[in-house]
Design a protein around this ligand. Structure first.
Ligand code: FES
Ligand code: FES
Length: 181
């Protein structure tokens, strides 16, 4: 059985005729060719597939196409502004690039989407320990390559560009936490 599903994607309307059970992740990648969204675990554990659904981060591997009808999805492609010829990266994307907060890049789109949401929600404003708060809010995004220090540095720089409490966390480096944040 297939169903016509119509939803907003990065500010445009998309209509796809798919099984209502098809994963949003697959609709994005296969039907809409938005391959920025990555698959890691495929079972809701790693966050690589994170997109915003009505402005809230979700694991697109756990969302069925039928749940998206009439709603709005933002993928990593939708974070940048400007044109295809002259893209203007989101501050989080710029900082991840500038600070080397990515290696293989599988986790990076999900981190960028979550971190952009974090910046725009003002979640760090007034936080007594912004670095700890970033780690808490990105706890669902697992990276197997880089460690989290550069990612946290990038998010802090994007969210608190004036440097408020952006001290580098001594002892915060590497993956020594086994991925748990
Ligand atoms: S691929 Fe969706 S959470 Fe890992
Ligand atoms: S950069 Fe490879 S999983 Fe994070």
């Amino acid at each position: 059985m297939s169903l016509l599903v119509t939803f907003g994607v990065n500010g445009q309307i998309a209509s796809v005729e798919v099984s209502p059970w098809k994963r949003l992740l697959d609709v994005l990648r296969e039907d809409l060719h938005l391959t920025g969204t990555k698959e890691g675990c495929g079972e809701g554990e790693c966050g690589a597939c994170t997109v915003l659904l009505d402005g809230v981060p979700v694991n697109s591997c756990l969302v069925a196409a039928g749940q998206c009808d009439g709603r709005a999805v933002t993928t990593v492609e939708g974070l940048a502004r400007g044109s295809a010829a002259e893209p203007l990266l989101h501050a989080v994307q710029r900082e991840l690039v500038a600070r080397g907060g990515a290696q293989c890049g599988i986790c990076t789109p999900g981190i960028a989407v979550c971190a952009a949401h974090l910046c725009e929600s003002g979640a760090l404003i007034g936080a007594s320990d912004p670095r700890a708060k970033v780690r808490e809010l990105l706890a669902g995004n697992i990276c197997r390559c880089t460690g989290y220090q550069l990612v946290v540095d990038a998010v802090i720089a994007a969210a608190l560009p004036d440097g408020e409490s952006a001290e580098d966390g001594a002892g915060d480096g590497g993956r020594g936490d086994g991925g748990a944040r």
